[in-house]
Structure formats: C-alpha cells, structure tokens
Design a protein around this ligand. Structure first.
Ligand code: NAD
Ligand code: ZN
Length: 342
C-alpha cells in the first residue's frame, strides 16, 4: 500500500485516528460542511492544536485569492513543516487544500475527508490538486498524495439530491470503463442506492474508488490508460460550459453521445446501447439536451487540450464494460451524434 491508496470507509468520524504526531492541525472546509460536521469531526480528532479555516462554498473559492488567504492564515498561526492539513468537504475543498498542503513550506502532510459523492469516488483519489485562474480551470496545480483518505459514508445523507445524482454519473462511468458486473449491480440495486442504504453506498464508493486507484496506478506504466477516465468528458465539457449544467449531468449526456457514436461505428451492439441508456434513465440522469447550438459544443471540443486541430481524441465503448481510446475521430462524426442526441 502506498500513500494515496489508503482509504478508510466508515459510518462516522469515530474511527479517525492519526498515525503520526503533528504540532498543529489545520482543517480546511467550506461554510456548508462546517455547519453540518465540524463539531463532530473536531471532537473525534482528539487533538489540542486544531485550527479551522472555512471558505465560501463553490467553485469560485478555487482561486488565487483564497489560496493566498489560507497561506497567510497558516503563517499567522505558526503552521510548520510538522503540521497537518485536513480537507473536510467536496472536490473544491479537496483540490484547494491539496494545493495548499503541497506548496506551503514545500509540502506538509495532507489527509482528505471527502463529503460529496464526487469527492469520495473521484477527486480525492489520484493526487491531483489545483486551483483555477479566472476562467481557466485547474491550470495551477500539483500532484500530491494524501497520507490517507477517510470517508464517512453517512455524510452523503445530507447532500443535495442533485449533487448526489451528479456523483452517481461518475460511479456509472466506472462500470462502463472497467467492470461490467458493477453495471449489473447498479441496475439491480437502484432502489437501495437512491434510498441511501448504508451498505449499498459503502459498496459503490468502495468499488468506484478502487477502480480509480487501479487505473491511476497502472497508468505509471501504460501511459495512456488514465485517459479512459475521460469517457463522456470531451462531449461533456462542451455541454457543461454552454448549458450551465452540473458536471455529472453533462457527463451523462456526453457519455450517451460516446455510446451513440460507438453504435454508429459498430463498436457495440444495440442491446448494450439500450442497456446503458436505460441505466441513466433509471437514475434520472439526463441523456439529451435542448437549446444549445451543436457548433458551439464542437468549438469547445476543438479548444479542449486533448484534441488536435483536425482530429478528435475520444474514449469510446468497444464492449460490455470496456472502452478504448481513438485518436482519429472526424469532425462530421462528432457533429452528427451531437445533432442526434439533441
Ligand atoms: P463542491 O466541493 O463544490 O461541493 C458541492 C456542494 O456540496 C457545495 O455547496 C458544498 O458546500 C456541499 N457539500 C459538500 N459536502 C456536503 C455534505 N456532506 N452535505 C451537504 N452539503 C455538502 O463540489 P464537488 O462536486 O464535490 O467537487 C467539484 C470539484 O472537484 C471541481 O472543482 C472539480 O474541478 C474537482 N475535481 C477534481 C478532481 C481531481 O482529480 N482532483 C476530479 C474531479 C473533480
Ligand atoms: Zn468527471
């Protein structure tokens, strides 16, 4: 087990325990999460020197100003290289805290306590940290692994329904790219998952994060594999930006487009296509959109750093629970599926 692969999935904060001595602990959280969980969390850390820094909730806090304010707070409060930073919150808190931890005094220890489904299955895993520079997302960042990740599964029970469903879109993605049996599980346990049944939540979070850990690890040797995590994301980014949809909703529409293209190219059969469309429908995730000019989506895809000028690089399904990376998808092919999915 290496740093970053150590994950505890628990039903509360009671089993949180530190493996080392730290002179000070800084918990970075946002105002929503603070209100709900900070008292319980601090009580369970059982440590004297605990400081809390809360940011405004939302993407706009992932910026240089907030980063600078936190650094000043660290200096003013005497955080040293023997201090620890804990992120308690969603992906915004995690990305920002990770960036602070990796840069303050050239790096202090970090622990992630993710509280959104997206953070539990995706953003807390893999070591990517970062902040935005104006409209440019995640352009400043580092790779920095936490000492461990501590998931309190019951924090999902206070999450807004939309946020939960948005995270589920990434959970479904793991089945589509890596594990066909997981897709069957998601189909047959829909009611339990949507009712936030504890053991079903533990199962899906555990399965998802282990798939991501596996992919990220193998990527060190097979330099392309990590790209499969982008299924639906090339199409999705275009829709997310223009349609002002949540990330997860844009990804379910984007994945539908990828499946549609794969069907047209005969990489997959109609049965599989129908099955996947059905999963999204069952979970009330959108697979179509209205009111956006297809050419705008195409333009954003062209500007996407993963695409060269004339050809598109796309992750497409090639079988049940299997995908591949294609580097030579033509513009007219992309445009035709965007049109069809409208
Ligand atoms: P978020 O952190 O903004 O959280 C969403 C909302 O849920 C916020 O309002 C927050 O206050 C609230 N919230 C958090 N936990 C809660 C809880 N338990 N109960 C009630 N409310 C709660 O959004 P997110 O979707 O978790 O993360 C999105 C961010 O993650 C983006 O900035 C994205 O770039 C980043 N991301 C990073 C990676 C990575 O590899 N580092 C991967 C994917 C996404
Ligand atoms: Zn995503």
């Amino acid at each position: 087990m290496e740093k970053g692969d150590i994950v505890y999935i628990e039903k509360d904060f009671e089993n949180f325990s530190l493996k080392k001595y730290y002179d000070k602990i800084l918990i970075i959280t946002d105002k929503n999460v603070k209100k709900l969980y900070i008292d319980d969390f601090v009580k369970n850390i059982k440590y004297d020197n605990v400081l809390v820094y809360d940011i405004e909730p939302g993407e706009k806090s992932k910026c240089l100003n907030v980063y600078e304010d936190i650094l000043k707070f660290c200096i003013m409060n005497g955080l040293s290289r023997k201090s620890l930073i804990i992120s308690l919150g969603g992906g915004v808190v995690g990305d920002l805290s990770g960036f602070v931890a990796s840069t303050y005094m050239r790096g202090v220890d970090l622990i992630h306590c993710p509280t959104t489904l997206l953070a539990q299955v995706d953003s807390s895993i893999g070591g990517k940290t970062g902040i935005n520079l104006g409209i440019y997302k995640n352009v400043i960042g580092t790779f920095y692994q936490p000492e461990f990740i501590y998931v309190n599964i019951n924090t999902l029970k206070t999450l807004q329904k939309d946020e939960f469903l948005s995270g589920l879109s990434e959970v479904i993605k793991y089945g589509l790219i890596y594990d066909c049996y997981f897709l069957d599980y998601l189909m047959s346990n829909k009611k339990n998952i949507l009712d936030l049944d504890e053991s079903s939540l533990i199962y899906i979070v555990n399965k998802s994060l282990n798939i991501k850990i596996d992919i990220v690890k193998k990527d060190e040797k097979e330099s392309n594999l990590r790209k499969i995590l982008n299924l639906g994301h090339s199409f999705g980014h275009g829709i997310e930006k223009i349609g002002k949809l949540s990330h997860g909703y844009a990804i379910s529409i984007g994945t539908h487009m990828a499946f549609r293209l794969a069907l047209k190219k005969k990489f997959i059969d109609k049965d599989y296509y129908d099955k996947v469309v059905n999963i999204y429908k069952e979970y009330n995730l959108p697979i179509t959109f209205k009111g956006i000019d297809s050419k705008y989506i195409l333009d954003i895809m062209k500007k996407d750093k993963k695409n060269s000028y004339l050809k598109f690089s796309l992750v497409l399904p090639v079988g049940y629970g299997k995908v591949d990376i294609f580097e030579d998808i033509k513009e007219y092919e992309i445009l035709s599926v965007i049109e069809e999915v409208k």
